[in-house]
Ligand binder design. Structure first.
Ligand SMILES: Nc1ncnc2c1ncn2[C@@H]1O[C@H](COP(=O)(O)OP(=O)(O)OP(=O)(O)O)[C@@H](O)[C@H]1O
Ligand SMILES: [Mg+2]
Length: 365
């Protein structure tokens, strides 16, 4: 497959970034509020969060379409805070592709190079290389209306990389595609990004897409970064209740710390003693906390007796069966995969609930 020479990957650093807007309805708002983010050279970092949390505004500031009210942005060693977008050498892929309908595939990709007055031979070779790279080799003479949504998205991608940008940015690039194509395209974007080794910032509000495509994810809420880490770490150690419910599903079970040190905390929950991970800041004996237990970590076994719980509802979903279980005053969400005994519990049935003995995250809020 074709390859284009790419510059050395560069890091990106955002320091104390604030963006205030005068909003017609909300008044003066901080759309982005004191954000610090570092992206390593060649890394794909995703900004993930609910609608209106400031993802696009953050991305547009890195690209130079918007300027921060406070703070600094560095690309490599350069402070680019005051540079215009066209001085930053960034490839940007938008949600709506922004393709020229009257130009052929080739001319769509060539457009920016023509504006720069590059020689014809150079344009031809660069465009053909990137069309090959995005899987559109031979499509040069097609018109955009002759292409599928996925192929149009590939043109947008080709146009972003034909300049050999130092950085790639994506803002919800797959949201116009159907679910199957979304899955395929995200794999292709990731594969290409890895191959080119370009530092990339990707925006989505789709949690699964973020988990599938990213080296690390920065979860944002109300203009701030709540937690930034790998998908695995965010799932295993959410830092607060928002995170525990935003990445995957959680049971937040009230418990009391029996003893604790730097390595971990013993917590009493539902008459069970669990060895939990320490929180930050650390918890101490006697503290009231909540323990994060994922539905798939709960084991249910048929059986009454002391401490037994009862199945309130059962939902069969093919590869998994979801339950709601009443255990004392707590309502638990549990899920059983496969077709074993724990997938065949009935509503109203008495069950024993076993929580994972160790490794649970705890939160203090
Ligand atoms: N040009 C603007 N003028 C005024 N307010 C703005 C402007 N751009 C964004 N905002 C506000 O800033 C906040 C963050 O917007 P932003 O577009 O960054 O959110 P987002 O996380 O990308 O959301 P979505 O997932 O819906 O795209 C919102 O409250 C929005 O209304
Ligand atoms: Mg947005």
């Amino acid at each position: 497959m074709a390859s284009i020479p790419t510059p050395q990957p560069v890091p990106i650093r955002l320091e104390g970034i604030v963006k205030r807007f005068d909003h017609n309805v909300k008044g003066r708002i901080a759309a982005v509020d004191n954000v610090d983010i570092s992206v390593a050279p060649g890394e794909l970092l995703t900004l993930l969060g609910p609608s209106g949390c400031g993802k696009t505004t953050t991305l547009r500031m890195i690209a130079g379409f918007e300027h921060p009210t406070e703070g600094s942005i560095f690309i490599g060693d350069h402070d680019v805070t005051r540079l215009r977008a066209n001085e930053r050498n960034i490839g940007f892929v938008f949600q709506n592709y922004a393709i020229f309908p009257h130009l052929s595939v080739f001319e769509n990709v060539a457009y920016g190079l023509r504006v720069q007055g590059r020689p014809e031979a150079e344009i031809r070779s660069a465009v053909e290389q990137v069309l090959d790279l995005v899987g559109l080799g031979g499509y040069g003479t097609q018109q955009p209306h002759q292409l599928s949504g996925g192929e149009q998205q590939r043109i947008a991608l080709a146009r972003a990389i034909v300049f050999q940008p130092r950085i790639l940015m994506f803002d919800e690039p797959l949201s116009n595609l159907d679910a199957k194509l979304r899955g395929q395209m995200r794999g292709e974007i990731r594969e290409l990004q890895k191959r080119l080794g370009i530092t990339t910032v990707y925006v989505t509000h789709d949690q699964e897409e973020a988990m599938a495509i990213s080296d690390r994810i920065a979860v944002m809420n109300h203009g701030s970064v709540v937690q930034i880490d790998t998908a695995e770490a965010l799932y295993a150690r959410p830092c607060n209740a928002f995170m525990a419910n935003f990445i995957g599903k959680s049971n937040l079970l009230p418990g009391q710390v029996l003893q604790a040190d730097a390595r971990g905390a013993q917590v009493r929950v539902l008459d069970q003693t669990l060895q939990c991970l320490q929180a930050a800041p650390e918890v101490r004996a006697g503290d009231a906390v909540r323990v994060v237990v994922r539905p798939e970590q709960i084991s249910l076994a048929p059986g009454g007796g002391p401490g037994s719980a009862s199945v309130i509802s059962r939902t069969f979903l093919g590869e998994k069966t979801e339950y709601q279980v009443q255990a004392g005053t707590a309502t638990l969400h549990a899920v059983a995969y496969g077709a074993g005994a724990s997938a065949r519990l009935a509503e109203g049935q008495a069950v024993q609930v076993v929580l994972p003995a160790e490794g649970n995250a705890i939160i203090r809020d």
